[in-house]
Design a binder for this molecule. Structure first.
Ligand SMILES: C[S@@+](CC[C@H](N)C(=O)[O-])C[C@H]1O[C@@H](n2cnc3c(N)ncnc32)[C@H](O)[C@@H]1O
Length: 327
């Protein structure tokens, strides 16, 4: 079975079908019938007048599934496969509007309301095992959980560190949900509403966590969030980024590429950022990246651990319990 078949078998069939449908609608196969083309050439053929980021995310998915061929690893130059996939029938909603989103370079409106609430609760339940696995890496006695959502990571941290406290930052609507979810440990949690880049969170936290936060933002937003984390962490403390994973050459894994395309559809600038970009934002904020890990409970995720040096310029090399060090 090819990669496209594997994705279908794994349940990504609708998403992959929507990607192929968009490729047909944008005329990518018609253009590639004349020979290989760069992303810029495909954009011109598809009437994508502004921004190629969304089209790039589509081509990454198509290439990872065999619906396009990447001419050389890491290069944004593509050819048609020997037999291009036939155009599937896709309903004109959500991912079915992909070609339109790419042409207009404008995201679909966020779902909001009850759907957003259900999504946050789903994230908290689905993330509980990863949160438990990550908790020992977060040194006590105080955690700052930026974009903490309904609080799965804060809850796991407080369970793993009985004497510790936590500060969770998120937008006001989401904080109401966090207050309910964290009711059992409410006396150990401070909830702060607002933009995590500027919210009054204090300083000297032993650990700062950015879990599934950076993918909602573009480069300048990510740089600002990493800078906020660096300001808030104590000297010698740890900043942990956990997020979806894509390879540096954006050749895979498919789950990360599909998620990146989802961000291209639903956010202004969101993306699944390659590890070297996250490292750069952390290092530009004055932190020292000490480890890159994977989580058994979330194989599609990456975890980067960075330390704020002490005044003497030293920091512990490792945080918490040992794990596969991929740095
Ligand atoms: C995908 S959820 C992740 C929630 C939680 N950290 C987790 O991993 O399960 C991202 C959260 O970040 C919040 N968020 C995004 N940008 C933010 C910002 N600039 N300031 C505060 N919260 C933000 C969103 O409201 C959302 O609750």
């Amino acid at each position: 079975m090819d990669v496209f078949g594997l994705a279908v078998a794994a349940g990504g069939d609708f998403l992959c079908a929507a990607a192929v449908d968009a490729a047909h609608e944008l005329g990518l196969y018609a253009r590639l019938a004349d020979g290989p083309a760069t992303l810029a050439e495909l954009a011109a053929a598809a009437d994508v007048v502004r921004g190629q980021r969304r089209l790039g995310a589509l081509c990454d998915v198509l290439a990872a599934t065999g619906a396009l061929v990447r001419v050389a690893p890491g290069e944004a130059r593509f050819a048609a496969p020997t037999s291009p996939p036939p155009r599937p029938v896709v309903p004109r909603a959500g991912w079915g509007l992909l070609a339109d989103v790419i042409r207009r370079d404008r995201p679909l409106p966020p779902e909001g309301g009850a759907l957003e609430r259900r999504y946050q609760l789903h994230l908290a339940r689905a993330g509980a095992a990863a949160a438990r696995e990550l908790a020992p890496l977060l040194a006590g006695p105080s955690l700052l959980d930026l974009g903490g959502g309904a609080g799965a990571y804060t809850a796991a941290f407080l369970a793993a560190h009985p004497g510790a406290t936590a500060t969770l930052v998120d937008v006001h609507d989401v904080l109401a949900l966090a207050a309910v979810e964290l009711a059992a440990v409410r006396d150990r949690v401070r909830l702060v509403g607002g933009d995590a880049r500027v919210a009054p969170v204090g300083a000297g936290h032993g650990a700062v966590l950015l879990s599934n936060l950076l993918h909602l933002h573009g480069p300048s937003g990510c740089a600002g969030l990493c800078a906020a984390a660096a300001r808030a962490v104590a000297p010698g403390g740890v900043v942990v980024v956990k997020d979806l994973r894509v390879d540096e050459d954006r050749g895979g894994p498919l789950a990360g590429l599909l998620f990146a395309l989802n961000m291209a559809i639903y956010t202004d600038e969101g993306d699944v950022h390659a590890p070297f970009r996250i490292r750069t934002w952390l290092e530009d904020a004055g932190l020292v990246v000490v480890e890159e890990r994977r989580l058994a409970a979330a194989p599609d995720a990456i975890v980067l651990l960075a330390r704020r040096p002490t005044a003497a310029g030293s920091f512990p090399r490792s945080a918490g319990s040992p794990g596969p060090d991929l740095a």
